[in-house]
Design a protein around this ligand. Sequence first.
Ligand code: SF4
Length: 189
Amino acid sequence: MNMTTLFDLFERLTSLMRIWHREHPLLADLQPVQLSALEYLARCNHYSDTPLAVTDYLGLTKGTVSQSLKALEAKGLIEKRQDLQDKRSVHLDLTPAARELLATVTPPAFLAQALAEMGPNAAALEALLGELLRTVQRQVDVPGFGLCKTCRFHQQRDGEPFCGLTREPLGRPSIELICREHQPCEDAA
Ligand code: SF4
């Protein structure tokens, strides 16, 4: 497979995602960037649920993301919560309505059906795409946003997860979430 073919495949799959979004009846009132913000907030940890982190993750301008977050708040899909330690900092929480929406629409049915038909190849593909993403992140200066349990700062203290960067204990579920401070283990040497 040459690079053009791989690029073409990503382009085509992205087009299919756009079509899925445009035609889904439950997503009629939601712009693609708004859905992406919701999906990110559903997957990120408590260090990464700020407007700035959403902006960095999506790679869009502050203005665009700010407008999208305002729209999501007006639709009752996210709520702002002031940080207890830093009163200038704001966290963004999904509302139950947003969680219900995401659980209903994602993953896209066409994708889930195709992966089910691929059988074991689907897991292999997921692993290879993960490797591709990690390689790109290593080679190009882009924010990490990796899975907490794969971070070089991830530790165990008294049998419980602990963040070596913030020096704070981590809830067990949070190790399966993505973090804007993530650094891959390869950088530890
Ligand atoms: S261990 Fe790494 S990924 Fe996990 S919270 Fe700490 S900095 Fe973030």
